[in-house]
Design a binder for this molecule. Structure first.
Ligand code: BGC
Length: 249
């Protein structure tokens, strides 16, 4: 089934129609800048605009950069604080007139990667880390997801939260060269592997398109790979989640 998947990020809202049986995008990806301020109404308007740009009227899956419990946003690190306690699912549904499912953006990326991508058929413990404006994490144990993991906020030995030290936004804000940033990311990933002992780490988010610039600097005991779908994993997984919610084949 073809479903619109949307990935709401700190800097862009991206969407495409996805063949949820194969994980392929069947349209180009459309991107609009995340509104500033990124209030619930402004983001909902953006999602409505995206759906209209595809002339799409079916169910929509949305990956969102927050803890999501039953459609409700519980946290707001890189989006407007008024998101906290907002029912994102109901709001997006009201704006678009569509059935909407909402899940954490890293959880969405994980769904896509574990089903069709770098974690396909992988047993054991797989940690996926998405690196963008923030750092998102999701853990799979024998294919079962541990949702809303939020390990991007873990404090490192230097006293800083992971995403305040090693996100792509920090790389850009501090104008770090790739080597300097890779060292920071390495510190973060070592902390993660020491705490979760995964069998595989999948690195996603915008930077996964540029793996040659920083992978050589990563010195981890755990095998690591780039997300197969790169930064599109979130879009694909969001569409897959909508298919699961609405039971369409
Ligand atoms: C949020 C997570 C999100 C991650 C990546 C973090 O700031 O707390 O929920 O998955 O950013 O967008």
């Amino acid at each position: 089934m073809n479903i619109l998947g949307v990935d709401v990020g700190g800097s862009g809202i991206k969407g495409a129609i996805v063949n949820t049986t194969t994980g392929e995008l069947i349209t180009d990806r459309h991107r609009i800048p995340t509104p500033d301020p990124s209030t619930p109404q402004a983001v909902a308007d953006g999602i409505h605009q995206l759906a209209k740009s595809f002339d799409y009227h079916g169910p929509i899956g949305v990956g969102f950069p927050s803890v999501i419990h039953n459609g409700i946003a519980k946290t707001a690190s890189n989006i407007h604080k008024s998101w906290i306690s907002t029912n994102a699912r109901d709001l997006f549904s009201k704006m678009t007139g569509a059935q909407v499912t909402v899940l954490n953006d890293a959880d969405a990326a994980g769904l896509a990667e574990m089903t069709f991508g770098s974690g396909k058929d992988h047993k054991g413990t797989v940690l996926l880390v998405t690196i963008g404006t923030g750092i998102g994490t999701v853990l799979f144990v024998n294919g079962n997801m541990v949702p809303n993991l939020e390990m991007g906020h873990i404090f490192l030995h230097n006293g800083l939260a992971g995403e305040k030290y090693a996100s792509d936004a920090v790389r850009k804000a501090k104008d770090l060269n790739w080597n300097a940033w890779a060292k920071r990311l390495n510190t973060y990933l070592i902390t993660m592997e020491d705490l979760t002992w995964p069998d595989l780490i999948i690195i996603g988010g915008g930077v996964s398109k540029k793996q040659e610039k920083f992978f050589p600097e990563l010195k981890l005991r755990t095998p690591f790979v780039a997300a197969h779908f790169r930064n599109e994993a979130g879009i694909i997984g969001a569409a897959m989640a909508a298919r699961q919610s609405f039971g369409k084949k």
